[in-house]
Design a protein around this ligand. Structure first.
Ligand code: DQA
Length: 150
């Protein structure tokens, strides 16, 4: 395929509140700051990185479907609360068939039991959980390698 590799970072509900929301669990970085670092790193590697956040399940499904049409080569996704509830988002990820890493800022296995269930993990390439905002950066390093941008 010609042109730079396209990567997409998707964040689900309430992650727009990062930096202010339960900082003991999710850290003090804002989503804007995280996305800026990711964009810088992707650019340095010659990749094109788009970011998207929504609180709406329907909009998230639409964004995933659009990624299929845009030729996105890899997705980094934190489905947030929808991790544990959304068959619709899982089906969208399966439908587009784009390889992805599931990211969680917190260690979802060390919290309430309902957070141990994910509708995404078994169809993901892998999962990063509990490493805070650094998790997105590590997932991006993996994505760049996976798509041959590094
Ligand atoms: C989260 C973990 C989810 O259980 C929670 O609903 C979130 C954020 C995380 O990044 O740790 O909103 O995905």
């Amino acid at each position: 395929m010609a042109g730079p590799q396209r990567l997409l970072v998707i964040n689900g509900p309430n992650l727009n509140l990062l930096g202010a929301r339960e900082t003991a669990v999710y850290g003090t970085d804002t989503l804007e700051a995280i996305n800026e670092r990711l964009a810088l790193r992707a650019r340095a590697a010659g990749a094109e990185l788009a970011t998207y956040q929504s609180n709406s399940e329907a909009e998230l499904v639409e964004r995933i479907q659009r990624a299929g049409k845009e030729g996105v080569g890899f997705i980094i996704i934190n489905p947030a609360a929808y991790t544990h509830t959304s068959v619709a988002m899982r089906d969208a990820m399966a439908a587009v068939g784009i390889p992805f890493v599931e990211v969680h800022l917190s260690n979802v296995f060390a919290r309430e039991s309902f957070r141990r269930e994910s509708y995404f993990t078994d169809i993901a390439v892998g999962i990063v959980s509990g490493l805070g905002a650094k998790g997105y950066e590590l997932a991006l390093e993996f994505a760049l390698q996976y798509t041959g941008n590094r």
